[in-house]
Design a protein around this ligand. Structure first.
Ligand code: HEM
Length: 462
């Protein structure tokens, strides 16, 4: 019996060794960076997701700052070299386009901004900026952001809330209501339910059989199209005017950005998907850091109380107030840096590309791992300390190696909108309330920042 077990173990070892070797041989090419490809099909995805930054550290210590692997279903080169990362982000035209997973492109649509390049990207990005850029925020979006956040943060006095849950709810609700104003709650609920399936499918294996997340996501996408088509027809049949992004999209006959129905719907998916998680996580982590750093909270509160003093009790805040919130901006940037809301960016080669003397074959993914730059002691002295004051020196935000919102032609078009939302939330939150945490929390940092059991806070009137 023992001999059989022993032989079995040897056999298992030999098969594992052969499979790992096969995987390495399959991807062996001249001039590729060093590294391991892991198991056939799965590659090193489990280690990548489980150990995240430690996986990157371990592999780069062994193979150098640029190494190969097989993650998320694709042969991938991982770059922790910040010089090279900047080059990759700034040079999309040299065959280095966004490389997000196939399932994400499928549920978000063929014309969604991450799926298009060159002149098509310029066009879609221009249209998006006309909806969410600074001019739109100033003239159209701010009053609604103020109104919804004020309503959503009302009545928290004396309650214990999960700020993670509230931040997610708020980010989605505000984004949705700006796209489709004042439709009934039933539409919102139906839309949200379907959109959650789309968001889950975006990060799933693209297996299109009933029961899989991917299949459900594709069905949900069709259902959302039905909802949008119905609203569009009702609006076209009625004379009522609407002041929302959907109205801008439908009524754009005269604008530079005349979109097809598919493009319009894909823009809606993009705005909801891109601005949902990033804004909610930043909101939650800002609350966490401010709780842990009373001096920063005091300075932030003073900034907002000064704004309130200039206003009548229920007067909304506006773009000019936002522009005066320099410490708040610093808090948001420091939160984004210290929590690393975005760990890295994915690119795909559309041709063989030479990088740092390596030759990356066409069709490979490149994971531009930007996280470590957030803890660079030269750029950010005492990098693990929450120090918003460092951002009062404005040159830091425009530094060529500040990738909090990406870089190059894909720099986040929703940066200001995201900041305005978090800043408006902080305005109402710190002027109305004080809060304490109910229990110790465990914060996961990779692949996304989350608190598995929620971040519960007890809120009372300020
Ligand atoms: C405040 C939180 C936010 C953070 C930290 C953030 C971060 C980023 C980063 C790092 C990128 C670069 C992606 C890449 O190069 O592959 C990006 C792109 C993008 N972001 Fe944001 N973002 C935020 C808010 C928003 C909001 C509110 C929107 C809503 C419209 C938005 C829409 C987009 C879009 C559409 C892109 C793709 C741009 C393109 O491909 O040209 N983001 N964002």
């Amino acid at each position: 019996m023992t001999v059989l077990v022993f032989l079995g173990l040897i056999l298992a070892f030999c098969i594992s060794f052969a499979l790992l070797k096969w995987s390495d041989l399959k991807y062996r090419r001249k001039r590729l960076p060093r590294g391991t490809m892991g198991w056939p099909l799965f590659g090193e995805t489990v280690d990548f997701l489980k150990y995240g930054p430690d996986f990157m550290k371990k592999q780069s210590a062994k193979y150098g700052s640029v190494f190969k692997s097989h993650i998320l279903g694709c042969p991938t080169v991982i770059s922790t070299d910040q010089e090279l990362n900047r080059y990759i982000l700034m040079n999309e035209g040299k065959g280095l386009v966004p490389g997000y997973p196939q399932s994400m492109l499928d549920v978000m649509g063929k014309t969604n901004i991450a799926a298009v390049h060159g002149s098509a990207h310029k066009f879609i990005r221009g249209s998006l900026l006309s909806l969410v850029g600074t001019a739109a925020i100033k003239d159209q979006l701010f009053p609604d952001i103020d109104k919804f956040i004020r309503i959503l943060t009302n009545n928290w006095d004396g309650k214990t809330i999960d700020i993670q849950e509230k931040a997610i709810e708020m980010a989605f609700y505000v984004a949705f209501r700006q796209i489709i104003e004042a439709e009934c709650d039933l539409i919102y609920k139906a839309f949200k339910e379907e959109f959650d399936k789309v968001a889950t499918a975006a990060l799933s294996l693209p297996i299109n059989i009933p029961g899989t997340n991917y299949y459900q996501g594709l069905q949900a996408r069709k259902n959302i199209h039905k909802i949008l088509r119905q609203i569009m027809e009702e609006r076209r049949a009625s004379r009522k005017t609407h002041n929302d992004m959907f109205a801008e999209l439908i009524g754009n006959e005269k604008s530079r950005y005349r979109l097809t129905e598919e493009q319009m719907f894909d823009q809606i998916f993009t705005i909801l998907y891109s601005g949902y998680e990033t804004v909610s996580i930043t909101t939650m982590m800002a609350v966490k850091y401010l709780h842990d750093h009373p001096k920063a909270l005091q300075e932030l509160r003073e900034e907002h109380l000064a704004i309130r003093e200039r206003k009548k009790p229920d007067e909304p805040i506006d773009w000019n107030d936002y522009k005066s919130m320099s410490f708040t901006r610093a808090v948001i940037l420091e939160t984004s840096r210290l929590a690393t809301i975005v760990n890295g960016l994915l690119r795909k080669t559309t041709q063989d590309v030479e990088l740092n003397g390596f030759l990356i074959p066409k069709g490979w993914r490149i994971y531009v791992f930007t996280r470590e730059l957030n803890y660079d002691p030269v750029l950010y002295p005492e990098p693990y300390t929450f120090n918003p004051w460092r951002w009062l020196d404005k040159s830091l935000e425009s530094h060529s190696y500040c990738f909090l919102f990406g870089a190059g032609g894909r720099l986040c078009p929703g940066k200001e909108l995201g900041m305005v939302k978090v800043a408006t939330f902080l305005h109402y939150f710190v002027t109305k309330y004080r809060w304490e945490e109910v229990e110790e929390v465990e914060i996961l940092k990779f692949p996304r920042v989350e608190v598995p059991n929620g971040l519960h806070i007890r809120v009372s009137k300020h």
